[in-house]
Design a protein around this ligand. Structure first.
Ligand code: GLA
Length: 745
């Protein structure tokens, strides 16, 4: 099967082929664009008879069903009564109507019909990063099909984009609107894309949770009607993440069978709506959440939406995750000038909270460097007036009572110790108790005359005002200008309420655009800058933000056992190599649970390793264990970052989470097991491994460089790694292990 975009003018049929899938749609005689089929396809199988697969049964349907055509991008109006991907109001159509009627009859009817199409290799979705940093596969030109549609009456253009990433079976879709009329047009809803699944019954897997328990996987059946995942917010959200997996019921397992997947490249007001049509196909709309939404297009104006990234795997959840991980690694994540690997990080938050002094930071930095930390990040509490979370946000200048000589003495020490320096910021926020708010009380989101609700004593800056975005940019720019900061932890710690803005209902996407633009400008000017996305933990993780950050804070919950649930869910969609996890105190501050150090390391080593313990309180022996584990992590890090992840056991189903990361050539692999629930006497099964070379011999070593075993790939892939009862780490009823498998012949 050739990987390409083809058009058969006779059948008016478009076929988009990726390595192992195809997507087909056709133009009907009246110019409507309808979906035909989207499914996995084996490259070895000869061209499919697509005409036989057509799910649009023709025009002799009864009129009710005729209203359920599989439109590629269903518009409100027309003959549909279902959820629409876009809804426009042409309120000033007064030329067509008497003045008194124009006010009450805005024309809320849009009927885009095919006009022409083209294939390009330079098309990019809205909100694409403008920081100029390359991605790993920068040089790979990807084909994009652009379908141009025009309304039957108005000169209003709707362009649908389909960009193919054939090797990862991914299609990115987005839409562009162009108002060529002489009237202002208001969009009342707008999706990035609508996709259809073949007829059938499906189960949806996505994540759910809240602060401190983000990314918990949930599976539910999609029944007739609407299933809506959404976030009305200025961040991506803790409770639901804009990503999903859908499997035909009974036909798929975690490792096999067709699995449709999708994710939005956008960090604000989003929704994904699964609509089960009366005729049974599933239609998925992904785009802007429209509970409080308006997009105004003046004559001549255009709007390009961000992308809805989706694909289909023929090898279950693991196959879907594998494709999404590699798509992010190759085409989304910026390449860092500091090298391919994420540094081991130290973060001071749980060590000192707001009790920050320059002496304590220097002491922590020295200890951190001695155990092998590569990046030292000073968290909250360093800036003017910030002695608690009641004051200071908005005033991004160093607090001279804490750092009398500024940050430079600490930064110089950190650099002398061989580490890079990072700093926490929360640029979208302001405390009423701050110089900024005292001068500009009108710069926050609020409705005039109405109360302003504070959450964590803070309000949100109105990014609908260009002067606010400029001000925030200037403050951060000044920090980077003055100090050798190569890492920002960019935080965002509240939900959006009372969203009154000078931008009206456009504030939702304008805020996101403001955040992206500041990050992009800073990154462009300071090529050595890296960013960690944080929003009270994992509240801002999506494919939009990943295009401008190197890593994300996964959750404020640093309890190693809770973390395993979060990691299982996170890894469904996002690569472990961006998932920051910290080893913190034995007695966890959030849950109160006491966990042995080895378990804390075994969990934190599954992603970007961070240390958050107050190192000052540790014995020399404990520090030595930290040092040994960090050295081991640095050895296995390339496999964690670049390997293919196999989830051999899920904590929700098995009480244990077993991960295996394996390099594409099978030369090295990491096996990581954390047992969360088990009864005395329960033997943890040996999980057959994957992706190894059957005839090769592997040496298996642990964190102390101890050789445990030598075994063949074949044995490891059939019987599993022995010793889950023997080499496993057991203390206080908790069991875990991390081992490295290296091919030796
Ligand atoms: C948020 C972050 C934490 C920490 C605090 C500081 O909660 O998620 O990691 O940075 O803010 O106030």
């Amino acid at each position: 099967m050739t990987e390409a975009i083809t058009f058969d003018p006779q059948q008016k049929l478009f076929v988009l082929r990726t390595h192992r899938s195809f997507y087909a749609m056709r133009i009907l005689p009246d110019g409507q664009l309808v979906h035909v089929k989207y499914a996995p396809a084996d490259p070895a199988v000869q061209p499919l008879r697509l005409s036989l697969l057509d799910e649009y049964p023709g025009s002799d349907w009864a009129s009710w069903e005729n209203q359920t055509r599989l439109w590629e991008f269903p518009a409100f109006g027309d003959i549909s009564y279902h959820d629409a991907a876009l809804k426009a109001a042409f309120p000033a159509a007064s030329g067509l109507l008497a003045a008194q009627d124009a006010a009450i009859y805005p024309i809320r009817d849009l009927r885009p019909r095919y006009r022409r199409h083209e294939i390009r290799t330079d098309a990019i979705p809205g909100h694409s990063p403008a920081h100029g940093r390359s991605v790993r596969k920068q040089a790979t030109a990807r084909q994009t099909l652009i379908m141009e549609m025009q309304d039957i009456g108005f000169d209003f253009i709707v362009r649908l984009f389909y960009r193919l990433t054939p090797e990862w079976d991914i299609i990115e879709r987005w839409a562009e609107l162009e108002n060529r009329t002489t009237m202002p047009v208001t969009m009342e809803s707008l999706a990035f894309a609508t996709i259809h699944l073949p007829l059938g019954e499906y189960d949806l897997t996505r994540t759910a949770g809240a602060w401190a328990r983000e990314f918990i996987p949930v599976t539910q059946s999609l029944q007739q009607g609407l299933t809506v995942l959404k976030q009305q917010g200025l961040n991506t959200g803790h409770s639901i993440n804009p990503a999903f997996l859908v499997q035909p019921r009974g036909q798929a397992t975690p490792e096999s069978g067709p699995t449709y997947f999708g994710a939005l490249a956008y960090s604000g007001n989003w929704s994904i709506r699964f609509e089960s049509l009366p005729t049974d196909p599933i239609r998925i709309h992904g785009g802007y959440e429209t509970d409080d939404f308006a997009l105004h297009l003046a004559p001549g104006e255009r709007h390009t939406t961000p992308a809805f990234v989706f694909g289909v795997a023929d090898d279950g959840f693991d196959g879907a995750s594998h494709r999404l991980h590699n798509f992010a690694r190759d085409y989304v994540l910026p390449v860092s000038v500091h090298g391919a690997s994420r540094p081991v990080l130290y973060n001071s938050w749980e060590a000192v909270y707001f009790d920050m002094t320059v002496e304590s930071q220097v002491r922590l930095a020295r200890l951190a460097a001695a155990i092998g930390v590569e990046l030292f990040c000073v968290d909250d509490g360093w800036f003017k007036g910030r002695r608690s979370d009641h004051a200071g946000l908005g005033d991004w200048v160093v607090d001279r009572t804490i750092f009398p000589d500024g940050l430079n003495p600490l930064i110089e020490e950190v650099k002398k110790l061989g580490m890079r320096f990072g700093l926490w910021v929360e640029p979208e926020m302001v405390n009423p108790n701050s110089d900024l708010y005292r001068v500009h009380p009108d710069w926050v989101l609020h409705f005039p005359t109405r109360p302003r609700t504070e959450l964590r004593q803070q309000l949100i800056l109105d990014f609908g005002r260009p002067e606010v975005v400029r001000h925030v940019h200037t403050m951060l720019d000044a920090l980077l200008e003055q100090y050798d900061i190569t890492f920002f932890k960019w935080d965002m710690n509240r939900h959006a309420t009372e969203p009154g803005s000078v931008a009206g209902q456009e504030i939702w996407f304008r805020h996101v655009a403001g955040v992206y633009s500041i990050m992009d400008q800073l990154r462009q000017k300071y090529p050595r800058l890296e960013i960690q996305s944080c929003s009270g933990g994992g509240g801002r993780v999506d494919l939009g933000i990943l295009a401008r950050v190197e890593q994300v804070w996964t959750s404020d919950n640093t309890d190693a056992l809770d973390r395993v649930y979060i990691q299982d869910g996170f890894s469904l969609f996002y690569p472990p190599g961006v998932m920051e996890s910290w080893v913190t105190h034995e007695h966890n501050h959030q849950t109160g649970r006491v966990l042995p150090l080895e378990v804390r390391f075994d969990t934190a080593m599954r992603g970007v390793l961070g240390i958050g313990t107050n190192l000052d309180r540790l014995s020399a022996e404990e520090l030595d264990t930290y040092r040994r584990n960090i050295a081991f992590y640095r050895k296995i890090r390339p496999i964690i970052e670049q390997g293919r992840l196999h989830r051999l056991a899920w904590v929700q189903d098995h009480g244990a989470s077993a991960w295996q990361m394996v390099l594409p050539d099978g030369s090295q692999s990491v096996y990581s097991l954390v047992v969360v629930h088990s009864l005395l006497g329960h033997q943890v099964p040996c999980h057959p491994l994957r992706g190894l070379v059957p005839e090769a011999t592997y040496r298996i070593t642990d964190a102390s460089e101890r050789e445990l075993l030598r075994l063949s790939g074949a044995q490891l892939m059939t019987l599993g790694l022995p010793g889950n009862h023997q080499h496993i780490y057991v203390k206080a009823g908790i069991r875990s292990r991390t081992v490295l498998l290296s091919r030796i012949d």
